[in-house]
Design a protein around this ligand. Sequence first.
Ligand code: GLU
Length: 300
Amino acid sequence: MSPPAPPPCGRFAPSPTGPLHAGSLVAALGSWLMARRSGGQWRVRIEDVDRPREVAGAADAQLAMLRACGLDWDGEVVRQSARGALYQSALDQLLADGHAFVCHCSRSALAASGGIHRGRCVATHPRPDPAIRLRVPPDTRIAFDDGLRGRIEQDLWAEVGDFVLRRADGLWAYQLAVVVDDADQGITDVVRGADLLDSTPRQILLQRRLGLPTPRHAHLPLLRDAAGRKLSKSLGAQAPDPADPLPALRAAWQALGQWPFTADNVQAWRVHALERFDPARIPIADPVGASPTGRACQHD
Ligand code: GLU
């Protein structure tokens, strides 16, 4: 008999690079609804591995906005900056198993040789601060069934190559940290924005190399500004007002393709939303560049 399936558990994992803008609220609300409608847990993790990009006070502002929106979470908020030992032990395992290697290539040397690291270092001399990469052998094709978008497949060797786990500046790469944390936190359902679709095959490969389970995935539509750009903190997208979160919740609900309804306070809104939420209505209208194929990735 196979072991019982773990209870559903979703998560929201913002990087503290600015306040929670309308686009991230779509991801937060979508993953909260998906988790809560099936009686699952929902966790919050602050992804603050990239300290130089962190904005002071942003994590607290993001948590305050989640609270104001009634998006309650289970357990303690986890911060990646405090979890280096976990990432190190995963990295040690990958190095010991021969899946990871030390890489002295500089960005410019790699760019000059086509930009993708495939099996062979192009560095001519050692650097004092080498990166560590995951080896991606030829013909590494990763496929998964996205809960909203269906079958997604990527040839990691051709399109991504050996990717960074620990950066030359000593910082942990997003791909490693997220995989270690999702497993450690018992996440069964990763529901996030479609801008991360192209990271998923890398994360699945890492899960396999580390012997970790692969969660289910669903990638939500992205909110775009009038010029078609993804709304993001870096574009200075206006943050919803925690003192009056209903307009932002309604906009996120609409972005998730749900039927409008009226409610005059957050508590009532939350109850109605949970009753009415229909994942089948979430649009999959493909945001520009959502296909994993050939996308530049900000999370490399
Ligand atoms: N920290 C990432 C971001 O804010 C999200 C990571 C994830 O959901 O896997 O874009």
